[in-house]
Design a protein around this ligand. Structure first.
Ligand SMILES: Cc1cc2nc3c(=O)[nH]c(=O)nc-3n(C[C@H](O)[C@H](O)[C@H](O)COP(=O)(O)OP(=O)(O)OC[C@H]3O[C@@H](n4cnc5c(N)ncnc54)[C@H](O)[C@@H]3O)c2cc1C
Length: 359
């Protein structure tokens, strides 16, 4: 394919990674971000081995790796009585099995690291304060404008994000109760925390059915209540997802990242999917002769996987949020399953075999 110019709408993880992918494939990228600057919004992100692999494929891992932390294990705990239900070790043998480590990072640090990579490339220009109101004024468009994407709704009417009854509450607290990724299961909701940033703070996420965490988790064990009590203020928003699309492109316009497949975060895979999309975009632009064909081939190669992740996230949320009557049997199953089986069940996500061997 001859070198082309691509306009990228949105400078989140998908947009920045796409700009890098476009130039890796020998083209020029103009990234348009509506915000006045790359704000330090958001909090923690888990980067499973597939996310790390995609960052390596994009040539961005060396820049990202130093801003990540390496939690030693994932702990699953019963939020009612504090019992540890499962430990999943994330050390050397995990890394050997999946070929890449499991890391966590502050979203703002990840965005800054990707921005640094993008800024180091002469073929990427970046404009902030640049909201795109009509994508049709550009020829070759990669829309990375997030879960509420206007481009998606204009290309594919009737695809507004679906709002769920659950609410996310997110904050950072100074006290580091643990260096693990800890998941607390509780009827109708759950809590996740792990340390991120430098100096490290505890990234705390609570999912409820709308009530504040203090009210929803009022009958939690003392250890969980103590952690939640550290939160001075929360950022809150409703859970939402994009109804799975069979196709993301229309001619020379494609969606990417959350704009294409915004999912519920219960498998911690939204950003990972965006990074995989971008790695796939570079491949498609290299393999195909025409832009519309490359965009179509990207969408064809990704929709099955992103839809499977979406369905599995939805299912995981239902399991995490089971009511009291069903929580006991669920906890017993979690305790009984050997952690090797948990790893096996996550293999399709973390060791995407189609993608793992790619350079
Ligand atoms: C509670 C929670 C926890 C999560 N945890 C994880 C996790 O552990 N691991 C993981 O992999 N994922 C996780 N995710 C998902 C992850 O945050 C998202 O999938 C990812 O950030 C999506 O990136 P994006 O670039 O596609 O979209 P966004 O981050 O939404 O970026 C879109 C960008 O486009 C810009 N924009 C929008 N419209 C326009 C326009 N018209 N013109 C110009 N610019 C525009 C916006 O300002 C924004 O900068 C989590 C999500 C939530 C809600």
């Amino acid at each position: 394919m001859k070198p082309n110019i691509f306009h990228i709408i949105g400078g989140g993880i998908a947009g920045l990674a796409s700009a890098i992918a476009v130039t890796n494939a020998g083209h020029q990228a103009i990234l348009l971000e509506k915000a006045a600057k790359f704000e330090a919004f958001g909090a923690g992100l888990q980067l499973g081995p597939n996310a790390v692999r995609a960052l390596q494929q994009l040539g961005a891992w060396d820049a990202v790796s130093p801003i990540t932390a390496s939690p030693p294990e994932i702990l699953i705990r019963n939020g009612v009585n504090g019992k540890i239900l499962k430990r999943i070790m994330l050390g050397k043998s995990f890394e050997q099995r999946f070929g890449m480590p499991y890391r966590v990072a502050h979203r703002a640090d990840l965005v800054q690291a990707l921005l640094k990579v993008a800024q180091s490339k002469p073929n990427i220009s970046i404009a902030t304060n640049s909201e795109v109101l009509d994508h049709t004024i550009y020829k070759n468009v990669i829309a990375a404008d997030g879960i509420w994407s206007k481009t998606r709704q204009s290309l594919f009417p009737g695809t507004a994000a679906i709002i769920m009854p659950e609410f996310f509450y997110r904050t950072l607290v100074p006290s580091l109760v643990s260096d693990c990724i800890t998941l607390w299961l509780y009827p109708g909701g759950h809590v996740v925390h792990y340390p991120i940033g430098n100096p490290a703070k505890l990234n705390l996420i609570a999912i409820t059915q709308g009530q504040t965490p203090q009210i929803h988790f009022a009958k939690a064990c003392d250890a969980l209540k103590h952690i939640l009590a550290q939160a001075a203020e929360w950022t809150t928003w409703p859970a939402a997802y994009v109804p799975p699309l069979k196709n993301w492109n229309d001619g020379n316009v494609t969606l990417i990242g959350d704009a294409a497949h915004g999912t519920l975060p219960y498998l911690a895979q939204g950003a990972a999917m965006a990074l995989e999309d971008a790695a796939g975009l570079a491949q498609a632009l290299i393999s195909e002769e025409k832009i519309d064909k490359a965009f179509h081939s990207l969408s064809q190669s990704r929709t099955e996987r992103t839809t499977a992740v979406h369905k599995a996230s939805l299912r995981t949320g239902k399991i995490y949020h089971l009511p009291t009557a069903l929580a006991g049997p669920r906890n017993m199953v979690i305790q009984m399953l050997p952690s090797q089986l948990n790893l096996k069940q996550s293999e399709w996500i973390w060791l995407d075999k189609k993608n793992a061997g790619r350079g």
